[in-house]
Design a protein around this ligand. Structure first.
Ligand code: NAD
Length: 281
């Protein structure tokens, strides 16, 4: 495993590409949006600079890491020689399926296809390809170059060899892994969406302010981040898609809080749009 292509250069794709390049993989980062690629490039430069200032990277490693990444809008170019493709586009099943079908057609035979989905079925995505044994979910966390965990989820037909390759790639990226059997939301999103949704319901019911809900959970329950600041970091559009999927698959317990739906309709998407449960302007 030497060459990784990352499809989608949003919040997650950018961080995954960063983590891969500083850990010696050749990386092709692809997006349909040139604006998203430009933003990704600028973000990576800034993060690498910070890493040098904090002595996580030497100046030489910074230059080498940056040179290991190519930014492109062409999926064909991105995956031509890839050993592993990590898909990190929007949390929409039809879009993920469309991309996996195309990847299956254009990737070399040996390429492993991984999805960074937070909630969805890798089996359903893999079933649309001719290589379900080489499909898997690698669920990174935000920000991917800082968070320690990768949840690895086998689809029904994922081979042991594919699982082991994904685990080794995560390990080379200096991540801890957990092996999870496929079920909507895996371990982390299933728990995180529930806590976040309850916090949003409490805010909507006027139980406490956003700041006091987060403070109570941090200081009272010893969580490092409050559930509302966490939702802002994830992106409220992404969180809404995640919880809608869990509502469809797991039922009533996951009914999306109407306040979340209202914020997304208003374009209040959290940190990435400048305002969500908190104002970042
Ligand atoms: P995002 O909205 O920040 O980025 C998605 C990117 O995909 C955008 O840049 C968009 O231009 C690109 N894209 C859309 N269609 C495309 C296509 N056809 N080909 C190539 N690129 C395309 O989303 P995100 O927050 O990075 O989430 C991506 C995935 O990661 C989702 O499945 C999400 O559930 C999962 N995830 C998100 C988080 C989080 O905290 N945000 C954490 C873990 C996993």
């Amino acid at each position: 495993m030497k060459k990784i292509a990352v499809i989608g250069s949003g919040l997650m794709g950018t961080g995954i590409a960063y983590a891969a390049s500083v850990n010696h993989f050749q990386v092709q980062l692809q997006d349909i949006s040139t604006k998203a690629l430009e933003k990704a490039e600028a973000y990576m430069k800034a993060e690498m600079k910070k890493a040098v200032e904090r002595r996580f990277l030497t100046a030489e490693e910074e230059i080498e890491s940056f040179h290991r990444i190519t930014f492109t809008t062409s999926m064909e170019e991105a995956v031509r020689e890839a050993d592993l493709v990590i898909e990190a586009v929007l949390e929409k099943m039809d879009l993920k399926i469309e991309i996996f079908k195309k990847l299956d057609e254009i990737c070399p035979e040996h390429t492993i296809l991984a999805t960074n989905t937070s909630t969805m079925s890798p089996t359903e995505i893999a079933a649309q390809t001719s290589r379900p044994d080489k499909c898997i979910a690698m669920h990174f966390f935000n920000p991917p170059h800082k968070m320690k965990l990768v949840e690895i989820i086998r689809g029904l037909n994922t081979s042991d060899e594919t699982y082991e390759s994904a685990r080794q790639v995560a390990e080379q990226m200096k991540k801890e892994t957990v092996e999870v059997n496929e079920f909507p939301g895996f371990v982390t999103s299933r728990m995180n969406c529930l806590i976040g949704n309850e916090a949003m319901n409490m805010l909507m019911e006027g139980v406490a302010s956003a700041a006091d809900i987060d403070k109570a959970i941090k200081l009272g329950l010893n969580h490092p981040m409050g559930p509302l600041e966490m939702a802002d970091l994830v992106g409220l559009d992404t969180r809404l898609r995640n919880i809608e999927y869990l509502y469809q698959t797991l039922g009533e317990k996951y009914r999306p809080c109407p306040l979340l739906t209202k914020y997304v309709k208003a374009g209040r998407l959290g940190k990435k749009s400048g305002v969500g449960f908190y104002d970042y302007s």
